[in-house]
Design a protein around this ligand. Sequence first.
Ligand SMILES: NC(=O)c1ccc[n+]([C@@H]2O[C@H](COP(=O)([O-])OP(=O)(O)OC[C@H]3O[C@@H](n4cnc5c(N)ncnc54)[C@H](OP(=O)(O)O)[C@@H]3O)[C@@H](O)[C@H]2O)c1
Length: 215
Amino acid sequence: MIGATGPAGQAVAVQYAAIGERVVVGSRSAERAAATVGELRERWPGRDLDLVAGDNRAACEADVVVLAMPWEGVPGTLADLSDALRGRLVVSMVNALAKWGRYVVPVVPPTGSVSAAVALALPESRVAGAFHHLPAGAWADLDHPLEADVLVVAERRADAREVVALVDRLPGLRGVDAGNLANAAGIEALTATLVGINVRYKAHATLRLGGVEHG
Ligand SMILES: NC(=O)c1ccc[n+]([C@@H]2O[C@H](COP(=O)([O-])OP(=O)(O)OC[C@H]3O[C@@H](n4cnc5c(N)ncnc54)[C@H](OP(=O)(O)O)[C@@H]3O)[C@@H](O)[C@H]2O)c1
């Protein structure tokens, strides 16, 4: 996990660690990563979470690398790590959002989406997008799994299938192949709408598609 010290990365980390995966909690600072691992273990003392602290470069050694950072940090981070990410499956959960007065609004990057920007920055990696809509605070609660569909985008269908299978392993979640990276623009922008709904209704809204069967 790159950027795993924030709420989004922590949620992904505990969810996969809870199903028995080893997760490298990455950060720009190995000390911050170690502190995060300590906090997560303290929060879930009864669970045998295989969490390893490292810097973001160490996190690139995982088979699947999830990006969880503010979108402004993505170009610089990937410029530094593109060699380490060569050949890896990189899953971006990054949304381009900004504050507009008291509202959270979508920002459309020049590439159309952050996922497309990630693919441009990492031409030798396999890039996908997923997890954009899951409210991290609620998702991080291992005792109360969220019920949600997770839209997965990737340029290659085999990569999308791999990420859908990874999503399907988590309690309560169902992965749905939502097409190629061009579709990430709408998916990332929809996050701003869901954030607004959560604020208005004091909720943790998730997405559920009707009429789609798979498996
Ligand atoms: N929060 C949610 O509910 C949620 C849900 C789904 C998707 N997302 C998306 O996931 C991403 C992360 O969300 P978050 O709420 O966890 O964000 P965050 O707390 O603001 O940032 C996560 C981590 O990114 C690192 N970081 C911050 N600025 C950076 C920069 N300029 N360059 C490189 N690394 C930087 C920091 O880690 P270090 O300082 O330790 O390096 C920080 O702890 C966002 O794009 C968000 O839209 C969030």
